[in-house]
Design a protein around this ligand. Structure first.
Ligand code: KG4
Length: 348
């Protein structure tokens, strides 16, 4: 059916990402990124969090211009595409449906394969995006990947592009979710991650201590920390109603340091137990400067070879969907038009 496309000299993959509040499209040629266009949705700022219905409406408005611009920036026509990859899940159902339906319709119209991508696998494989032909900074298998975002905190053993084992994950809140909630309690804006990161640079990470979880294995937990932060703040506010304003830098630095400590302790243990010294970080929270510094310190101290994504690939983006689609294309791992989106899923 797709024989004609398979014989093209170059493989062009269009990736489409719409799992939450970013509408993104990217084009990759033979594994090298040609374009990556993202429209973010400012509409949620006023609500302190993503409003699903508003997100799906904004995706509907953004998807055509974003895809159009991605093709233009890549300098190709839609007829040049070999396949279209799209985020199938996990994410917000109303948001996913926009990207999934658009991708399927476009692939069907062009009579080219459609490829479903697990968003979490995409975050991990973002480390394989080549920005130019001679780009050789990719990890070798197996490597460990700390995947930290607003919805996930996982330690993954990556054995191959299509073979990943979750060694540990959060049993309650994700790291990003904890940061966002604590930031909300402090009355800071949304999303809290970048604000906490900025304030933390000017504060003392040892000023306050908050509770850390004691759970077995490589699993994480962040709900206790959130409660401890909330209760401590409540007590301090009784003594000084302007406590947050007076100490927000120290609070941010101490919160960030606690989260980074929790994340790195389990990751260190996993690296020790598996003997794997190549360690990557991925997901929205990997933009955090405290976490990035901790990775550099661990590289020095434990001889890790570390992989930290450029800032543009930390949050949701279609480049990571396109590169995952590229590897699936090489495996001829296509999907059919009746494949539904899914809101919840783990890595296989
Ligand atoms: O991966 P992502 O863009 O979305 C998903 O959850 O899928 O991650 C978003 C999370 C949010 O919780 C946000 O606050 C956090 O990443 N984040 C950060 C930083 N930038 C984004 N957290 C800490 N420091 C940052 N610089």
């Amino acid at each position: 059916m797709y024989l004609e496309n398979m014989e093209k000299t170059h493989i062009y993959i269009l990736g489409i990402e719409s799992s939450c509040d970013d509408t993104s499209a990217a084009v990759i040629r033979d594994g090298v990124l040609l374009s990556n266009v993202t429209a973010s949705q400012a509409v949620h700022e006023a609500y302190g969090g993503v409003v699903p219905e508003l997100a799906s409406r904004a995706h509907q408005q953004n998807i055509v211009p974003v895809v159009d611009l991605a093709l233009k920036k890549a300098g190709i026509a839609k007829e040049d595409l070999s396949a279209i990859a799209f985020t199938r899940g996990p994410g917000l159902m109303g948001s996913l449906l926009v990207g999934v339906s658009f991708a399927k319709g476009m692939a069907r119209a062009l009579d080219i394969p459609m490829i479903d991508v697990n968003h979490l696998q995409g975050h991990v494989l973002a480390h394989f995006i080549k920005e130019h032909d001679g780009d050789t900074g990719q990890p070798e298998f197996p490597f460990l990947c700390l995947l930290v975002s607003g919805g996930n905190s996982q330690i993954i053993k990556v054995k191959a592009y299509n073979d990943m084992e979750v060694l540990g994950q959060t049993i309650d809140d994700a790291a990003g979710e904890a940061i966002d909630k604590c930031s909300k309690v402090m009355g800071l804006g949304y999303p809290g991650g970048p604000i906490i990161d900025r304030l933390a640079r000017q504060g003392n990470p040892k000023a306050y201590s908050f509770s850390k979880p004691h759970i077995d294995g490589y699993d994480y937990s962040f709900s206790g920390l959130k409660t401890s932060f909330l209760y401590s703040l409540r007590d301090w506010l009784k003594e000084d109603p302007d406590f947050i304003e007076h100490h927000k830098e120290d609070l941010a630095a101490s919160l960030e340091a606690t989260i980074v400590d929790i994340l790195m302790k389990k990751l260190r243990q996993a690296a020790k137990d598996t003997g794997i010294r190549q360690v990557a970080v991925a997901g929205g929270v990997s933009a955090n400067n405290g976490l990035r510094n901790a990775f550099h310190e661990h590289a020095q101290k434990y001889g890790w070879k570390i992989f930290i994504p450029p800032f543009g690939y930390t949050t949701d983006n279609a480049a990571m969907i396109a590169i995952t689609g590229y590897f699936k294309y090489l495996d001829r791992d296509f999907c059919t038009i009746d494949l539904p989106a899914y809101s919840r899923v783990t890595l296989k």
